[in-house]
Structures are given as structure tokens and as C-alpha cells.
Design a protein around this ligand. Structure first.
Ligand SMILES: NC(=O)C1=CN([C@@H]2O[C@H](COP(=O)(O)OP(=O)(O)OC[C@H]3O[C@@H](n4cnc5c(N)ncnc54)[C@H](OP(=O)(O)O)[C@@H]3O)[C@@H](O)[C@H]2O)C=CC1
Ligand SMILES: O=C1O[C@H](COP(=O)(O)O)[C@@H](O)[C@H](O)[C@H]1O
Length: 506
């Protein structure tokens, strides 16, 4: 543990009775606590729209840790010790802060403390809680964490940001995008900037296309009210997929630190061309979506979105970034693929009869890729053209895969635990800045306008499929790479040093 993490810590979790707290945030805090990453003097204060009281809150925490935190017994000494640190302070409004100020003072006990307010509340509650912290003198010197979405349109982003900057300095603000904290996402820039092999070819001269593909088998029935008002593009495209695109596309930072990374991400996001809905956007909705309770009759909400993004700078000019995500698709995965340019015909001739067509028409045999799975502990794969073992010169594909969990000591940190620990130690490297999100909203604005104007069709797709076929035109002349990955490889593929792995599951 570093010195910065030794000071007494008060973590105020607003929305502590909600779904995100239950599934992600509380288990992440417990993970840090039980593995010794929290200071001796640590206290967790929950708040919610209703005051459920400390005992009921502790019971919810036990449920959360049992279901999502790997805890098997509430009698476990680590759990007992954790529960002793919890209290509940009820709602916090501009008019009334309830018992929260007293609780914070009590834990700090007159010493300098790290105070973190984590807003795991619906976006409509971001502004009132921010103003409440200010009104009750609770904002000075604290760190504040905002869940996604930070705004739901360019206008609401600006309005929220004005309120936030009226109260806080930018350095106090941590905006969550948990895809940035995935182990494999963090490897994107390490791969480039620590390995000349990759750094030297990370540009339009060598990369023909980039795919950022996050299909999900997940349903949305559990959170239909939220989802019907949001849709795939708002939930995933302007947030996670844009941030991953920025991570792939950024120029080398002047330093690998929070300020350097932030500046590089901001710059490349500034080069994102606003998406052209008439050319580069496909919406889908799975059949049966409108039968879900809480989904509005005739809803046009997109449960699927595919988009072609162009980055207008010297490095990426002419290289399409294909972004795809959707619910109730054929498989789950979180895969980034750089499809590499290749011209083997000169040396090896055209494809033999019966041999699958060469890249780019098929993007299969002889097509080289660098690919990362962002799911779980993550992996990096290299798909190369090799000689098939035997007397004759026959080309085949070989895929070498590095499972990041196999790198010593093999313990990956779940994204929410990673981000929380960064907030505690004051490291903003993995958090989007306000300028970053402003640029994301700028490039995304035409998508939202097209939705509002109903100018782009929402294609129906059967659950369990890969979504609307109309999206295939976006990747043309290549193929979607996620379903050509080893488990679905063609008959001519061979696999080199492949660690056994199944489908990509998030
Ligand atoms: N759930 C998820 O998978 C994800 C959620 N998020 C984001 O996390 C945030 C919370 O989402 P989620 O947990 O799903 O939502 P829920 O509706 O499940 O929970 C919301 C929480 O906020 C409290 N709350 C509601 N309104 C107010 C208010 N006006 N003032 C203070 N507290 C309030 C609720 O208290 P009470 O219980 O008393 O009503 C509850 O504790 C949202 O911004 C969401 O976009 C981000 C990524 C994934
Ligand atoms: O933020 C969100 O992310 C999840 C996917 O992320 P994962 O890392 O939990 O697999 C997505 O299912 C959800 O719709 C979205 O709100």
C-alpha cells in the first residue's frame, strides 16, 4: 500500500441500495478491503432515496457479497470486520444532509482524511447531489465519482458539467468508464509503446480496418425501464466503444501518466469525424423486445447498433473503425481486432481452387490480425500466415494466443476494484476528462439526431443471431472477426501455442 492510501478513508456510496452498488461497487469495495488495500481507518456510509437504516443496509451488503463478491458465509471474519465499517445516512438533499456530515466527521476524528463520494445514482440525481454537497460544505477537498452516463446528450452533458465545475475542480472529478480499466484495454497502449514490433505498424500503412465488437447474449428485461429510455448507442457506443477506439487510436502521450494519457485521448477524440447516419450506422431491435413489460408500445429503441467511425488524422486517415454491440445476440464477446494489410499474392500467387478466397474478400485464410479479448482477465492473439506442415507449400493460418492471466502473478484486478483503488490513491489515468467526453458527444450527436428524427431504420433481428445483415456492409470487404476466431476457425486453420479458451464471455 502507498502512503497516500494510509490516511483515514470515508467512502460515501450514494445509491448504495441500487443495482449497480449491489452487483459491482460493493463487491469491489469488499475485494479491496479483504485483500488489505484499504486503510485501517475506513468507513463506508451508504445513502439512498429512502433511509433503510444501518441494519437493513448490512443485510443487503451480505446479499450482495454472497451473490457477487465470492463470499460463502456472513460469519467469515473478513466479512464481519467489513460489516462493522458500514453505516447508512439516508437521503442527502440541498435542504437536508441528514446525518451525513456528522458521520464523516466521526470517522475522520479530527485527522486529515480522504473523503470520496461515489454517485451510483440515476443521472437525474447527479446535479442535486452535487449541489447538496456544496450547500452543506461537504465538497472542499473531496474526490467525487460519477457513474455513467455523464450526460445523455451534448446539451445535458454541458449542463451537468457546468454544475460539476461550479462546485469542483476538474482534479477532484472521476468519471467512470469501466472498459478503460479492463486489463486488456490497459494493454492496448502497453503493447504499442513498449513493443516496437507493434508500435511501428500501428497506423494506416499497415492496418486496413479496426473492429471493436461487443456482442452480448444478455437480455434487457431486468432493467427494461432504463434500457427503453437509453438503447444500445447511448449505453455502449458513445461511452465504452468510443473510449476503446480512443485507446487504440491515440498518439503516443508525452508521458504515460494521467495528464499525458488524458491529453492523447482528448486529441484523438477531437479527430473523430461525426458519424454519418446515412452511410455509417445500422440500428437493430430484437424480435419480442416490445413484448417486455415496461417497454413502450411501438418503441424504436435500438437494442443493437453498428457504426463505422472515421478518424481524420494522419495516422488513421482512410482506416474504418467498425463498432458493434447489441443484446440477445448469438454469442458474447469483447474483442478488438486490427485487420492488417497483406499482399501475399505477389510471392505466393492467388488462392488455389477450393482454397478459401484470400484477404480482403474473405478475411480468413492469409489474413493477419492482432486481436485482444477485453473480457475477463483478457488475452492477446496474433493471427499469422504459416506454412502448413507437410511436403507441399500450402498456406494456412496460425493463431498464437497469450492469456494475460498466465503472466506472473496471474491475478487480474476486476475493473471496478481497479478504478476504486485509483480514486483512493488519486490516480486519474483511467478516467475520461470533461474535454474527452465533450468530443465524444460531438462525434455522437448525429446518431442521436437520427434517432430523434427516425431517419434511420431500426431493423428487426431474431434473438440468438448476429443482428441485422445490413451491418455486414459496414465491414466489407472484410468479415466480422469475432466469429472467425479459433473456436470457429475454418478447416485450413492451424493453431500455434493456443491456450484453450471458449467463446468470449463478458
Ligand atoms: N445497473 C447497472 O448495470 C449499471 C448502472 N450504471 C449507472 O449506475 C447508476 C445507478 O444505476 P442502478 O444502480 O442500476 O439504478 P437503481 O435504480 O437500481 O438504483 C438507484 C440508486 O440510487 C438511489 N436513488 C434514486 N433516486 C435518487 C435520488 N433522486 N437521490 C438519491 N438517491 C437516489 C436509489 O435509492 P432507493 O433504493 O432508495 O430508491 C438507489 O439506491 C446509474 O447512473 C446507471 O446509469 C452504470 C453501468 C451499469
Ligand atoms: O455499462 C455497461 O456495460 C455492460 C457490459 O460490460 P461488462 O464489463 O459488465 O461485461 C453492458 O452489459 C451494460 O448494458 C452497460 O450498461
Amino acid at each position: 500500500m502507498t502512503d497516500a492510501t494510509q490516511a483515514p478513508l470515508v467512502l460515501v456510496l450514494h445509491g448504495a441500495t441500487g443495482d449497480l452498488a449491489r452487483r459491482m461497487v460493493l463487491p469491489a469495495i469488499y475485494t479491496l478491503s479483504s485483500s488489505g488495500f484499504l486503510p485501517e481507518q475506513f468507513s463506508l456510509v451508504g445513502t439512498g432515496a429512502e433511509d433503510v437504516g444501518a441494519e437493513a443496509f448490512r443485510e443487503r451488503v451480505v446479499d450482495s457479497l454472497t451473490e457477487f463478491g465470492g463470499v460463502s458465509s456472513a460469519e467469515d471474519p473478513a466479512v464481519v470486520a467489513f460489516l462493522e465499517r458500514l453505516s447508512f445516512a439516508g437521503p442527502v438533499t440541498v435542504e437536508d444532509a441528514g446525518t451525513l456530515p456528522a458521520r464523516i466527521a466521526e470517522v475522520a476524528d479530527g485527522q486529515p482524511a480522504t473523503v470520496i463520494h461515489y454517485l451510483a445514482v440515476p443521472p437525474v440525481a447527479f446535479e442535486p447531489i452535487t449541489q447538496a454537497l456544496d450547500a452543506h460544505g461537504l465538497a472542499d477537498g473531496i474526490r467525487v465519482v460519477y457513474e455513467k452516463p455523464y450526460g445523455t446528450s451534448p446539451e445535458s452533458f454541458e449542463a451537468l458539467d457546468r454544475v460539476v465545475h461550479d462546485v469542483f475542480d476538474e482534479e477532484q472529478v472521476y468519471r467512470i468508464d469501466h472498459f478503460l480499466a479492463k486489463e486488456a484495454t490497459q494493454n492496448l497502449y502497453v503493447l504499442r509503446f513498449a513493443n516496437e514490433l507493434f508500435g511501428g505498424m500501428w497506423n494506416r500503412n499497415h492496418v486496413a480496418q479496426v473492429q471493436i465488437d461487443v456482442p452480448e447474449v444478455l437480455d434487457v428485461a431486468q432493467r427494461a425501464t432504463f434500457y427503453d429510455a437509453t438503447g444500445a448507442a447511448l449505453d455502449m457506443l458513445v461511452t465504452h466503444l468510443f473510449q476503446v477506439a480512443a485507446e487504440i487510436g491515440m498518439e503516443p502521450p508525452y508521458a504515460i501518466d494521467a495528464a499525458g494519457l488524458a491529453k492523447s485521448r482528448e486529441r484523438v477524440l477531437g479527430d473523430f469525424r461525426p458519424i454519418d447516419p446515412s452511410e455509417d450506422l445500422v440500428f437493430g431491435q430484437f424480435e419480442g423486445y416490445q413484448d417486455i413489460d415496461a417497454v413502450a408500445d411501438g418503441s424504436r429503441t435500438d437494442t443493437y447498433v453498428a457504426a463505422r467511425l472515421w478518424i481524420d488524422n494522419d495516422r488513421w486517415s482512410g482506416v474504418p473503425f467498425i463498432l458493434r454491440t447489441g443484446k440477445r445476440l448469438a454469442a458474447s464477446g469483447q474483442r478488438v481486432t486490427l485487420v492488417l494489410r497483406s499482399d501475399h499474392e505477389l510471392q505466393f500467387g492467388a488462392a488455389a481452387p477450393g482454397e478459401p478466397e484470400v484477404c480482403p474478400e474473405n478475411a480468413h485464410l492469409r489474413c493477419n490480425t492482432i486481436s485482444l479479448s477485453l473480457a475477463g482477465s483478457g488475452s492477446i492473439s496474433l493471427r499469422t500466415t504459416v506454412k502448413r506442415p507437410g511436403h507441399d507449400l500450402v498456406l494456412a493460418n496460425g493463431t498464437a494466443e497469450l492469456d494475460l492471466a498466465s503472466v506472473d502473478p496471474g491475478r487480474s484486478v476486476p475493473p471496478y476494484a481497479a478504478l476504486l483503488y485509483d480514486v483512493i490513491r488519486g490516480d486519474r489515468s483511467l478516467f475520461p476528462t470533461a474535454e474527452n467526453l465533450r468530443q465524444a458527444w460531438r462525434a455522437f450527436a448525429p446518431v442521436q439526431e437520427a434517432q430523434a428524427a427516425e431517419s434511420v431504420p431500426v431493423h428487426s433481428y431474431a434473438p440468438g443471431t448476429w443482428g441485422p445483415v445490413e451491418a455486414d456492409a459496414l465491414v466489407h470487404p472484410y468479415a466480422w472477426q469475432i466469429d472467425t476466431h479459433p473456436e470457429n476457425a475454418g478447416p485450413d486453420d492451424i493453431t500455434v501455442g493456443l491456450t484453450e479458451h471458449g467463446a468470449d464471455h463478458g
